[in-house]
Ligand binder design. Structure first.
Ligand SMILES: [Zn+2]
Length: 490
């Protein structure tokens, strides 16, 4: 039995001011066969590592293709996309015959000239691998679950957790289902329900926590093989955006239909009820300051690099400085030039520094201040689940009562190391501001005595009705208040 694996992944925010080129993949994950590290299951590459770990004892040969992944940002350059895609497809062609595919994709990648990159890759892979090949795909729940990709794949499994702490487990699920299909033990049939809604679904809090736990308990019982909720990615202007439910049953299409419809209807009933409320900057900071324990973690989802934002908006920072808040820390601010200046000045130096607020109008104004350089760290990393995220060279500067972490890699706050690398202990801060939507909760959730969500003027506007969509199929909630679910579409 021969399985081929490869990865091509990014999350495309079509509204982001930062385009994505092949250079952004080279800076993140750009690994050819023979270059894959021994154990580093970085997000979308997990199928390769899971396949490699199980190949020998489960009696299959794994042919390792290329893995390309870039940090979320704007639309990927067309020539760059086609170069990476064709390299993987050429590897597949050379590897034929193969019995199965394990593809680690993201699901919300857009290239110039192609709004459904994953559908394109899976369809072309099918044309090469033939109708009998079992194609298994792992996707991020922030995907556009298009009919093209559902039609061309046999097995699609999405991460269940947001923050995405179950990337490796879901890659195991894909491999389990591909192997069971190839061995004739199961006959997967898929159903998809379209809720016609755009919404965010953090799963560490109710009601989603309970729903995810119930879904997990359904799998492997009563003919249900896998249940996935496509949250959808609100910042991709593509036709098939939105929340969909995908159920894979063993041979019984009616059973898959019934469960997809039941769960889809439940999600429709949760419109407007899955996200914590957010406050304006002044209100959110005041609520944090007034709280009588520490730390209070304030999230800035509108400037989350993890969804394509620059991570250099200064709204909250400026408010903390102006209102003379004491014992606060904030990060990450993406500003490679300011980091370079801090390294040149040296630890302990006090310098006049301009930082943040540089990339786009949605970044706000830069901060000009006398700062003390309190921490410097080269090649810093932070944890995210089993992964180590490179943060690049980092500098911590103290301005008033705020210790601010500046980075050379554009990334969101996932691990406490973002601060502790530079000698800042977030557990002892009154206010900890993190640029992130939900991934921060994996490590900042447990230390936070309180979490507050603040809406800065960063580009990831929480009110989707204000986004300049042009391609999204209508009606869809909340753009259209009375949008009805479409029901079963596959
Ligand atoms: Zn995601």
């Amino acid at each position: 039995m021969r399985l081929f694996t490869a990865t091509l992944a990014t999350e495309t925010n079509t509204f982001s001011p930062l385009p994505t080129s092949i250079e952004n993949y080279r800076e993140a994950v750009f690994l050819r066969p023979g270059e894959h590290p021994t154990n580093a299951p970085r997000m979308c590459c997990a199928p390769l590592f899971v396949g490699r770990a199980r190949a020998n004892k489960e009696g299959f040969e794994l042919i390792e293709g290329s893995c390309f992944a870039a940090a979320p940002a704007g639309t990927t350059n067309r020539a760059g996309y086609e170069t990476m895609r064709d390299e993987i497809l050429d590897q597949l062609e050379a590897a034929m015959p193969v019995d199965g595919l394990l593809l680690g994709l993201h699901g919300a990648m857009v290239a110039h000239g192609n709004d459904d990159v994953e559908g394109d890759i899976i369809e072309r892979a099918r044309a090469i691998a033939g109708p009998k090949c079992v194609i298994g795909v792992a996707l991020d729940p922030h995907c556009h679950l298009t009919m093209k990709r559902v039609s061309a794949a046999d097995i699609i499994v999405l991460y269940k957790e947001f923050p995405h702490t179950d990337v490796v487990e879901r890659a195991e699920d894909v491999l389990d289902l591909v192997l069971a299909t190839l061995r004739g033990k199961i006959r997967p049939v898929t159903s998809v329900y379209d809720c016609r809604q755009i919404q965010s679904y953090p799963t560490t809090i109710q009601p989603m926590r309970g729903l995810v736990d119930r879904i997990k308990a359904m799998e492997g019982k009563d003919g249900i093989l896998s249940v996935s909720i496509a949250h959808g990615f609100p910042y991709g202007d593509v036709a098939e955006i939105g929340t969909r439910v995908l159920v894979i049953a063993d041979g019984d299409k009616n059973k898959a239909d019934a469960l997809a419809a039941k769960l889809g209807e439940e999600l429709v009933s949760l419109r407007g009820k899955t996200q914590p409320p957010s406050l304006d900057v002044a209100g959110g900071v005041a609520e944090g300051v007034a709280f009588n324990d520490l730390p209070v973690v304030i999230a800035d989802p509108a400037d989350n690099a993890g969804a394509g934002a620059p991570s250099d908006n200064t709204d909250i920072l400026r408010h903390l400085i102006d209102s003379k808040v004491k014992n606060a820390c904030l990060g990450p601010i993406w500003d490679p030039i300011a980091v370079r200046i801090c390294f040149d000045a040296g630890l302990g130096a006090k310098v006049g520094l301009r930082f943040g607020g540089k990339i786009a109008p949605s970044s706000g104004q830069p901060v000009d201040a006398e700062v003390e350089i309190i921490g410097l760290k080269r090649n810093a990393r932070q944890t995210f689940g089993p992964a180590q995220i490179p943060v690049g060279d980092c500098a911590a500067v103290r301005v008033g009562g705020v210790d601010c972490v500046l980075t050379t890699n554009r990334t969101q706050a996932t691990g406490l190391e973002l601060f502790t690398n530079l000698g800042i202990d977030p557990t002892q801060k009154k206010i900890v501001v993190v640029k992130s939507t939900s991934h921060f909760l994996a490590t900042y959730g447990p230390i936070a005595k309180k979490v507050v969500y603040v809406e800065s003027s960063g580009p990831l506007c929480h009110d989707y009705r204000k986004l300049p969509y042009t391609k999204v199929e209508r009606p869809i909630w909340p753009l259209d208040q009375d949008a009805k679910p479409r029901g079963l579409i596959f």
